[in-house]
Design a protein around this ligand. Structure first.
Ligand code: BTN
Length: 324
């Protein structure tokens, strides 16, 4: 009910909403409305109450709890169930557990802080409190397990489009799934799966998006960035998240109906890896060559200087020289 109230106030963009309109729409008493208003104030919202006019919103805190996620969400099922925790080890761990216990497709797990945030290749993911979007999304697609990596590429496109539609900032994709802004990493995506050899039970997509950090630890300060650093102003996390989830649902439905090809084309339009000379550092060594494209599984095709094409499944990419 509180998220519905919040939605009504936010929709009016600072104009008054009468107490009567709120109590009618929420089907509750004027006293109950007042109690919800008080709760929102305690959570940091500045709300003005005026006799005969009602309530209006003056300031929204930059929160990302269940209320903010639900208020203003325009999706059918992605984000309809939200598990919010202030501090967790990793949202991936919670998502794995609840997926196993039968969580619905589209459920999102969001935390304000992760103290054991997981990145790709066993790396830690820096997830300080109140600054970023640390989220895991549970999917249960009826696709063969080998197609699951396509969902990582789909997610990268959804995140890029979501950021663009929310605040007009254009980002790039670096294979496989890093989203860069001005050549620094803004978003990381980690896809994990619960599956038998021939059947997916759940795909857990972890998204880590640096929104309002003003600085980074020195080990990563040369390679990481945030929307705040690049834009020079604070960005509302809920607005970004609503846009990402809306884009995700649209693309996911397209993918389930029409397959990977349209998603692949969108991914290629944002990718800065393809058509360049790169070095791919894999666990079995480095390969230098020309990035020719990706396969339908999202595998990178790298042609070395002897004309042999290598399939790269997992690697860190470094750019060498100029774009061809
Ligand atoms: C990468 O290394 O690029 C992937 C980073 C993924 C981080 C996100 S934050 C939300 C979710 N929970 C985690 O522990 N990791 C992912």
């Amino acid at each position: 009910m509180r998220s519905k109230l919040l939605e009504m106030l936010i929709e009016q963009q600072g104009e008054f909403v009468s107490g009567e309109a709120i109590s009618n729409s929420l089907n509750c008493s004027r006293t109950a409305v007042w109690k919800h208003i008080e709760e929102l104030r305690k959570a940091g919202y500045k709300l003005e109450a005026a006799p005969r006019k009602g309530y209006r919103i003056i300031h929204q805190p930059n929160l990302l709890t269940e209320n903010e996620i639900k208020a203003g969400l325009v999706t059918k099922y992605v984000g309809k169930f939200v598990v919010y925790e202030q501090t967790v080890s990793s949202t991936q761990e919670i998502a794995h557990r609840i997926a196993r216990d039968g969580a619905e497709e589209g459920t999102v797990v969001v935390a304000d802080e992760q103290i054991g945030g997981k990145g790709r290749l066993g790396r830690p993911w820096f997830s300080p409190i109140g600054t970023g979007i640390w989220l895991s999304l549970i999917l249960k697609p009826k696709i063969p397990p080998q197609q699951a990596p396509q969902l990582t590429l789909l997610t990268a496109v959804a995140v890029i489009r979501g950021i663009e539609s929310a605040i007009g900032v254009h980002c790039d994709i670096k294979w496989p799934n890093d989203i860069l802004l001005n050549d620094k990493k803004l978003v990381g995506i980690l896809t994990e799966m619960q599956a038998d050899p021939d059947q997916i039970h759940s795909v857990i997509i972890g998204i880590g998006l640096n929104v309002n950090q003003t600085s980074f630890p020195k080990e990563i300060s040369d390679i990481a960035t945030s929307l705040f650093i690049e834009k020079g102003e604070e960005v509302n996390r809920a607005t970004i998240l609503h846009n990402i989830l809306a884009q995700f649902e649209q693309l996911y439905e397209l993918f389930l109906e029409a397959g990977f090809l349209p998603i692949k084309q969108m991914w290629e339009a944002h990718a800065i890896t393809i058509g360049r000379r790169i070095t791919a550092r894999t666990i079995s060594g480095s390969i230098e060559g020309f990035a020719k494209g990706i396969t339908d599984e999202g595998v990178l095709l790298l042609e070395d200087d002897f004309g042999t094409t290598h399939k790269i499944y997992s690697a860190d990419i470094e750019f060498n020289g100029t774009k061809l």
